[in-house]
Write a protein that binds this ligand. Structure first.
Ligand code: EPU
Length: 420
């Protein structure tokens, strides 16, 4: 298993190009299943979850070609409608093939994802929505099996706001017979990006970007070209890194308006941020002020930025409270941050952070994707050397993170599994 060795104390300076959004690319790749004609994608990030999704699609019979950030999908010869446990257990987003497969082929067999490091994460809403559209669903031997001659439009109100749940039901509805209304839909920009690709493929969707999606089903979809939106969480991670380590960095290929909740909090912490249409400049030359935050659905503060912002709060002036409202177990980074000298205690879904002057390097372990990013940020401002184990979590969701940080002046080295 690869590890990262980080020596703290370097300020960050220069420019960084933000990659395409992981959480937009994954559903968009699965949407390729909805048409027999080719789908051309640009700005697809180079990361493990994308490779896993391509592997999943390949073994269903989808032909894929990749050239850097360009991916072409050809789903004209799909011959296997099963998502096996071996792939689903490594990436929960595999559930996103369920909607497209039932919608186009009338059946699908997808392994149940099970729990994961950040919480139980059931998929009952995906199932409930497909049932409302007339799918017959059985759960046996650890698989969800869905069947429907043709899905029928329905009015669906999800019990809670779910991102991949909305995406799965949206992909199912575009080929259903009649009108589907999804109430309480997730408004995350990644859902909007998927909807825009579907429209480019001939789908009829109203209400994109709102919590009420109205879909008129069509008989079939055609091929399309689409550029994946920039990754707001990668951008936010770099913003927090500069806020914590100090420095002056310009981010390119970003959509600042998708980051308002994060930039508001960073400004409250004393960070200077300027923004244009597709760039941001972030400067920090003083110790941050501690800032309270609570995670919630878009457009509020994202749960995917909670751990990174907490890393900043650990060295900020003052005490802060961070409340995690989306996942019940997303504080796994707390014990590891404390190993670096942070003072954090947990009370239910609230973390109480007493800012310290300095962190000190230590051996720590990454437990999930955003927890890894928070440890990288903490390590960059810790005194001495930090060794982060289980860095495969970082590789799942960040496109060449350590190369980008090294270019900005951080002292980060990867130790390959066989050297460690
Ligand atoms: N939930 C249910 N039943 C369902 C679906 C969701 O109870 O059928 C609950 C979940 O357990 C959770 C809440 O609803 O408590 C919200 O979960 P959601 O379904 O929105 O999460 P997700 O779709 O599984 C996506 C992202 C996550 C991100 C969350 C929240 C992708 C591939 N994943 O997950 O990204 O944290 O939305 O914004 O889009 C990450 O990138 O690090 C990551 C974990």
């Amino acid at each position: 298993m690869d590890k990262l060795v980080i020596v703290g104390g370097q300020k960050l300076a220069g420019e960084v190009i933000v990659s395409g959004a992981k959480n937009a690319a994954l559903p968009i790749l699965c949407a390729g299943l909805l048409s027999a004609e080719p789908v051309h994608l640009d700005n697809v990030p180079d990361l493990q979850d994308v490779r896993t999704t391509l592997k999943l699609l390949n073994q269903m019979g989808v032909r894929t070609e990749q050239d850097g950030a360009r991916v072409q999908l050809d789903a004209s010869n799909v011959n296997n409608l099963v998502a096996p446990y071996e792939l689903v257990k490594t990436m929960r987003a595999s559930i996103l093939v369920l909607g497209p497969l039932v919608a186009r082929f009338g059946e699908a067999k997808v392994s149940l994802p099970g729990g994961c490091a950040i919480g139980a994460r059931p998929v009952d809403q995906h199932i409930k929505g497909l049932q409302a559209m007339g799918a017959e669903i059985t759960i046996e031997h650890g698989f969800i099996e869905a069947r429907a001659k043709r899905l029928k439009g329905a009015r669906i109100v999800t019990d809670m706001i779910t991102v991949t749940g909305t995406e799965n039901l949206l992909m199912a509805a575009v080929l259903a017979d009649g009108e589907t209304v999804i109430e309480n839909a997730a408004r995350e920009p990644e859902v909007g990006d998927l909807a825009n690709l579907l429209v480019a493929m001939g789908a009829k969707i109203d209400g994109i970007g709102t919590d009420r999606l109205m879909i008129q089903g069509v008989e079939k979809l055609h091929g399309a070209q689409h550029t994946v939106i920039p990754d707001r969480i990668e951008a936010g991670t770099f913003l927090c890194a500069v806020a914590a380590a100090g420095g002056d960095v310009v981010l390119r290929n970003v959509r600042p308006n998708t980051l308002d909740a994060v930039t508001d909090k960073l400004r409250e912490a004393g960070v200077t941020i300027e923004e244009g249409d597709d760039w941001m400049r972030v400067r920090m030359h003083e110790r941050a002020r501690a800032v309270n935050l609570r995670t919630s659905e878009y457009p509020a503060f994202p749960t995917d930025m909670q751990a990174q912002f907490m890393a900043l709060n650990t060295i900020a002036d003052g005490t802060s409270q961070v409340v995690e409202n989306i996942f019940e177990n997303r504080f796994m980074h707390v014990q590891e941050l404390n190993r670096l000298g942070a003072h954090i205690t947990i009370d239910g879904k609230t973390a109480l952070i007493a800012g310290v002057e300095k962190l000190s390097g230590a051996k720590v372990m990454a437990t999930d994707l955003r927890a890894s990013a928070s440890l990288v940020i903490a390590a960059m401002c810790a005194e001495g050397e930090t060794l982060i184990d289980r860095i495969y979590h970082l590789d799942r969701g960040y496109d060449r993170m350590e190369a980008k940080l090294t270019k900005l002046g951080a002292n980060v080295k990867r130790i390959k599994g066989n050297e460690a």
